[in-house]
Design a binder for this molecule. Structure first.
Ligand code: UD1
Length: 385
């Protein structure tokens, strides 16, 4: 555990899983720009730990090595959440931060929030108030509970405040600041990796049919899609049919790869037009999405990133916690029904898909807005002397 200068209030930032890294990067950078009044401390819980799921993101996003890695690794929800809590408590005791900043909706988010609130350390939740209204999703439980525990709640879209107020959270705690994930996207859009380089980096032959604007990108990892053999087989079967119309580039999440092996579904990956990659690093994924004809996904982050990029997104879920991507952006929710997926893709291929527009405050300045509010709340006259 690194030591820390406690003469200034310490903001302790928590990350755990892949989608946390692009959210914390701009916040951490903005905090460091204010190091005259605030100190920072970075905890990685170790929920994601592989080179492809963690290190590649830290490097490409310029996030410094964490001050401590709790190394919890993979386990059941109860074990993983409990391990984070057990290992986070002594860190909190030693660092005594003015607040903890948690992002998103993963198990590390709720685990650290629960430890902090019981010790009267304020919890700051970035990406608060999103609701799928589907309690079958582990993330929905994490969102609802984290928001209940938080002292400051930063939202990415205006609808989130209504969700929070409906759950009895005081609107004084809620601040609409925009989207830190889009801060990262805008900060890195000029640094993305080209198509040819992505294929070369992974020693994959680039089919002649894969050119800018001529391919679809696929990601899948939700337990509701990949853990149930009937659903997973239906989705992969449909996707391999899609690949006959347009090449499908599939970046395969570790959970999904495990299920493909266990359920012996490799034949779908070998279908004509399917091209498979391991989980791609941030700048490669962004490069791939930037020039895609469409994106097929069950990820939350990709629904937002495609809206910011103006690329059509077909979401393989029954609902979304990010309704602005549908109302204003390029997103269409289709679920996992084969016919619905195919009809939507045919429509996108024919019409070019929804044009959409970039939502309010998805402008690259969300992290600075957050840090301004943190300074107002936690920097006192005595702490700057
Ligand atoms: C977690 C988050 C989910 C997020 C996703 C992004 C929760 C409840 N879920 O789901 O919200 O969208 O991360 O990726 O917090 N594994 C590896 N290497 C790793 C990490 C995981 O091989 O570095 C494998 C393990 O076999 C593990 C499985 O992936 O059992 C699932 O990982 P886990 O962190 O439990 O959940 P995700 O599906 O990644």
């Amino acid at each position: 555990m690194n030591n820390i200068n406690k003469t200034k209030p310490v903001v302790l930032c928590v990350v755990g899983a892949r989608p946390n890294f692009m959210k914390i990067a701009p916040i951490f950078a903005s905090l460091q720009n204010n190091s005259n009044v605030l100190s920072t401390y970075l905890v990685h819980t170790g929920q994601h730990y592989d080179e492809a799921m963690k290190d590649a993101f830290f490097k490409q996003l310029g996030i410094p090595e964490p001050d401590i890695d709790l190394e919890v690794g993979s386990a059941s929800h109860a074990v993983q959440t409990a391990q984070v809590m057990l290992k986070f408590e002594p860190v909190l005791d030693q660092i005594q931060p003015c607040c903890i900043v948690v992002v998103g909706d993963v198990n590390s988010t709720i685990a650290c929030s629960l430890v902090a609130v019981k010790k009267h350390v304020p919890v700051v939740h970035v990406e608060a108030g999103l609701r799928s209204n589907d309690r079958g999703m582990p993330e929905e439980i994490n969102r609802i509970l984290t928001d209940q525990l938080s002292d400051l709640l930063f939202t990415t879209e205006r609808s989130a405040k209504n969700n929070l107020c409906n759950e009895g959270i005081s609107e004084n705690k809620v601040h609409f600041v925009g989207n830190v994930m889009i801060d990262s996207l805008l900060n890195n859009l000029q640094r993305t990796v080209s198509l040819a380089e992505i294929f070369a980096n992974h020693n994959v032959d680039m089919p002649a049919t894969v050119q800018s604007g001529s391919y679809a990108v696929l990601t899948l990892h939700r337990p509701s899609n990949v853990d149930d053999p009937a659903v997973f087989q239906r989705i992969l079967g449909t996707v391999s049919d899609v690949a006959r119309k347009i090449p499908v580039i599939f970046s395969i999440h570790p959970r999904t790869q495990k299920m493909i092996s266990e359920m012996a579904m490799n034949r779908f990956l070998e279908a004509p037009g399917m091209v498979c990659f391991p989980p791609l690093p941030y700048l490669e994924m962004l490069g791939l999405m930037k020039t895609a004809r469409l994106v097929l996904t069950d990820s939350g982050g990709l629904q937002e990133e495609t809206t910011a990029l103006g690329v059509p997104c077909v979401t393989l879920r029954e609902n979304t916690e990010r309704p602005i991507t549908v109302d204003q952006g390029t997103n269409t929710i289709v679920g996992s029904d084969a016919e619905k997926i195919m009809t939507c893709i045919d429509d996108v291929l024919e019409s070019g898909g929804k044009a959409g527009c970039v939502p309010e405050f998805w402008d690259g300045k969300a992290a600075d807005r957050i840090v301004d509010i943190l300074k107002m709340n936690y920097v006192t006259e005595t702490s700057v002397q």
